[in-house]
Design a protein around this ligand. Structure first.
Ligand SMILES: [Zn+2]
Length: 88
């Protein structure tokens, strides 16, 4: 049984992302949805820890998607493809 109303109900590949990627993905999501950049860059950077960013693949301070208002998976996938081009 799938619940399309809840975006977190599916198993998505993005869990922890760095602030650079989060802010960019948030902007991309807002531009697509509202035609302008995000009014607020991030919700609050609450629980940063060192780990591999699920978007850029670098070990940085990362936090939860919640802190960037859950950017769309489409935006995060696009950003990931862009940032990891040519890397294996
Ligand atoms: Zn990143």
């Amino acid at each position: 049984m799938t619940d399309k109303a809840n975006p977190m109900s599916k198993n998505q590949p993005f869990t922890f992302i760095c602030s650079d990627c989060g802010r960019t993905a948030n902007d991309m999501t807002c531009i697509r949805r509202y035609g302008s950049r995000a009014k607020q860059a991030s919700f609050r950077i609450s629980t940063m820890h060192q780990a591999v960013c699920d978007i850029c693949g670098e070990t940085k301070d990362v936090t939860e998607l919640r802190d960037f208002f859950y950017p769309s998976e489409r935006a995060m996938l696009y950003l990931k493809n862009y940032l990891t081009q040519g890397k294996s």
